[in-house]
Design a protein around this ligand. Structure first.
Ligand code: F6P
Length: 479
């Protein structure tokens, strides 16, 4: 706007009279026109993102850029069961958010090959082109032994950093041996980036709490790389983070990034506070940067989202048909309100609390009996850890208890489906439901909420969360 006024004053455009702003308006319109991104225009300050917009933007702004991703979870997992190999897309927010982007811009995705048929499906360089039906990028699989997996993934990442950052009142466990595995696996992925890079200055997208050390390691190996790290879980306040024995190393590792992203500004602020407390550095809050050892890292909030239009929406039956099919398959009557909760079986998701809320509802207002069913779909995850396997058995026992007290032969208030559902099945359930409940105790950016809305092209259905009841809660049997 300032430029428009200056140009108008300099005579490029006649100086507007006080009451005639049209010259300035024209200039502003012209300038806005310049911000056009390819064919897509900026409407109401927002770009209409699509795979094409993204491709165009990337090719215009960063012509010839090489993109590499590192994450623990791979976007496509090959498993063999009963002599048949099947392809699974994991229940992962990271994959839902990032895969459409890489599909659009191409490149190489480096991830742990965790499927039992993964080795048989790669070439001799451990690579495979994906998606299998329309290949557009390369998946490079990294092999991790069971012992390494116990230390790096189950141990440090999921028994240490996961509860630490989620503040979910599961005590974080920190073991020296896990830390050593974590360091070693971070080195392995950093080496793989160097092996895979065809240029000296690639864009490396480092994903999540499994790779806090990798940004610094990559920077040391490739000083000209642009390293963009995204932390997919919350970042707690400095006092909470202070109990991590390797806090300085983790912060230093992350500060190898060119840009470090969190879901919310609140998490960025917590990160600044943590850096301030534990690491020698210069923090510039105005420009949201941290400089340490002469290297500057921009810290930004990026509320990640899902693909639009979602791939899983294509070919879905109408919502009426989805309702009918799902109810028929599960034996739920047409006049029963159906609420769904769909996620990994994780203690941060509030699954038990949700079931207790259903118990509360039926206790306070028995008129809902036979008129309401809550379907919890939960994909088993990290089951090797006691905190996860206990949750699963507690949920099964709680569902049985609630069903035995409120249900009858033909109606059960809680239905629990413990298995992985592919995206198309998840979308069918969303389309069949009256309500979707998202009630994480603490979360980064919950993509289930966004997927439910995206699944409802009929614009019906309610998205709900839980609030603490102002009245005394009923007491629940211990499990
Ligand atoms: O929330 C963090 C996160 O890495 C997500 O991005 C992802 O959805 C989830 O955890 C997956 O966990 P895992 O890879 O251990 O199954």
């Amino acid at each position: 706007m300032r430029r428009a006024v200056e140009e108008a004053r300099s005579g490029a455009t006649p100086l507007p009279r006080t009451r005639d702003r049209s010259a300035i308006d024209d200039q502003i319109k012209k300038l806005l026109g310049e911000i056009e991104v390819g064919r897509e225009t900026i409407r109401s300050g927002q770009i209409d993102w699509s795979p094409a917009t993204l491709q165009e933007l990337l090719h215009k702004v960063l012509p010839g850029a090489e993109v590499l991703v590192i994450s623990n979870r791979e976007p496509y997992i090959h498993n063999r069961e009963g002599g048949k190999t099947s392809l699974q897309t994991p229940a992962s927010g990271l994959v839902s958010a990032l895969e459409p982007v890489i599909r659009a811009c191409g490149g190489t995705w480096i991830a742990h090959g965790s499927g039992n048929a993964d080795r048989e499906t790669v070439d001799r360089d451990d690579k495979i082109r994906v998606p299998p039906d329309a290949p557009s990028y390369t998946l490079r699989r990294i092999w991790i032994s069971d012992e390494e997996q116990d230390g790096y993934y189950y141990g440090l990442a999921n028994e240490g950093l996961w509860p630490l950052c989620h503040i979910a009142f599961v005590r974080p466990q920190f073991r020296e041996s896990d830390w050593r595995q974590y360091e070693a696996i971070n080195e392995r992925f950093a080496d793989a980036v160097v092996q895979e890079a065809k240029t000296q200055d690639p864009i490396v997208l480092v994903q999540d709490y499994h790779f806090a050390l990798a940004p610094r390691m990559i920077l040391q190996r490739m000083p000209r790389a642009t390293i963009i790290t995204f932390w997919h879980i919350p970042w707690p306040n400095a006092e909470t983070f202070s109990i991590c024995p390797w806090k300085e190393r983790i912060i230093d590792g992350l500060l190898g990034s060119t840009i470090l992203g969190f879901h919310t500004q609140f998490h960025c602020n917590n990160f600044f506070e943590t850096v301030d407390r534990f690491v020698e550095s210069r923090i510039d809050r105005e420009h949201a940067t941290v400089t340490s050892g002469g290297h500057e890292t921009m810290v930004r909030a990026y509320p990640i989202s899902i693909e639009w239009p979602p791939k899983a929406l294509a070919g879905q039956p109408s919502t009426a048909d989805c309702r009918q099919q799902v109810r028929q398959a599960l034996g739920i009557a047409a006049d029963v309100k159906l609420a769904v909760g769909i996620e990994r079986f994780d203690y941060t998701k509030g699954i038990l609390d949700r079931m207790k809320a259903v118990d509360d509802l039926l206790t306070r207002d028995p008129a809902w009996k036979r008129r309401f069913t809550f379907l919890q779909v939960a994909a088993p995850t990290r089951s090797k850890l006691a905190s996860y396997s206990t949750l699963q058995s507690e949920a099964v026992a709680l569902a049985e208890d609630i069903n035995s007290r409120h249900g009858d032969g033909s109606w059960q208030p809680i239905r629990l489906l413990i298995r992985h559902h592919e995206a198309a099945e998840v979308f069918r359930l969303f389309r069949a439901a009256d309500v979707c409940i998202v009630s994480s105790l603490h979360d980064g950016m919950n993509l289930v909420a966004k997927e439910f809305v995206a699944a409802r092209d009929d614009e019906k259905g309610a998205l709900g969360s839980l609030r603490a009841s102002p009245e005394p809660r009923a007491s629940y049997p211990r499990h």
